[in-house]
Design a binder for this molecule. Structure first.
Ligand SMILES: Nc1ncnc2c1ncn2[C@@H]1O[C@H](COP(=O)(O)OP(=O)(O)OP(=O)(O)O)[C@@H](O)[C@H]1O
Ligand SMILES: C[C@H](N)[C@H](N)CCCCCC(=O)O
Ligand SMILES: [Mg+2]
Length: 233
């Protein structure tokens, strides 16, 4: 089965909201979905185990019986750049090991993986989120938080994703600033320039939720991918 690696133009741009919406939208189509947050910086202790809110949300949305640590193998307490937090603890993030863990899941069922921050966020030495995505063999979805500055961030991120040799399946807009009167114009500017299709646009929700986000996401291209792999020619 395939999957999707969800990256973003930055931290806090809507990756988790879009990912949770995709999980719900795919489940509504009858797809068995696994979701992972392989590296999470920003965790709290639950019964002696470090847990992250993004991964906990995925855990609660999944129908399958999955251990928390399978969803989030690398849990770091401080909410900061992951390689820095790991180094502070005398650790190094095992990018190869994480990629292997993702491939184990994606060989069994559709696996949605949320990165950490954006595409070029370092994980260990020269290995970054992009390295993890490439070694996971998953197509990439870029979440663009629509706010001033996002046009440049989105175009640069798309360029980096393609230059690294990844398959950019599409992008999703998430409106972050409802008071911005030029949101539509910014999305239109990206529609003209992005090298991949837009699979949806989340309005600025007063009360965001996975089921609400699912209403604004077009999973038809993902369904085609899933069907094509189910019925190879
Ligand atoms: N379209 C939207 N409407 C309302 N709130 C939004 C929208 N998009 C994102 N948010 C909110 O912005 C915050 C950041 O979003 P989210 O947690 O999805 O970002 P992220 O990219 O996953 O961040 P991180 O890098 O920390 O994982 C959350 O509180 C989320 O609910
Ligand atoms: C803590 C935050 N929510 C993310 N988990 C990690 C973001 C790392 C960003 C690093 C950077 O681009 O400078
Ligand atoms: Mg997140």
């Amino acid at each position: 089965m395939p999957g999707l690696f969800v990256t973003g133009t930055d931290t806090g741009v809507g990756k988790t909201l879009v990912s949770a919406g995709l999980i719900v939208a795919l489940q509504r189509q009858g797809v068995e979905v696994m979701a992972m947050k392989p590296v999470a910086a920003g965790c709290h202790y639950v019964a002696g185990q470090l847990r992250n809110e993004d991964a906990e949300q995925f855990h609660s949305l999944l129908n399958c019986q999955t251990d928390y640590s399978t969803i989030n193998p690398c849990a770091l307490e401080a909410a900061a750049a992951p390689h820095i937090v790991a180094a502070e603890q005398g650790q190094r993030i095992d990018v190869d090991g994480l990629a292997a863990a993702i491939r184990v899941q994606s060989e069994q069922r559709f696996t949605l993986v949320e990165g950490a921050g954006g595409w070029r966020v370092p994980l260990a030495g020269h290995e970054d989120v992009g390295t993890l995505a490439l070694r996971s063999n998953l197509p990439v979805l870029l979440v663009v938080g629509i706010r001033l500055g996002c046009i440049n961030h989105a175009l640069l991120s798309a360029e980096a994703i393609l230059n690294d040799g990844a398959n950019l399946l599409g992008w999703v807009a998430s409106d972050l600033e409802p008071e911005d009167t030029r949101l539509d114009a910014q999305v239109a500017a990206l529609d003209e320039r992005m090298p991949a299709p837009r699979l949806g646009r989340l309005p600025a929700f007063a009360q965001p939720s996975p089921s609400l986000a699912a209403e604004y996401l077009d999973v038809s291209s993902l369904m085609e991918l899933i069907e094509a792999l189910k019925n190879p020619i």
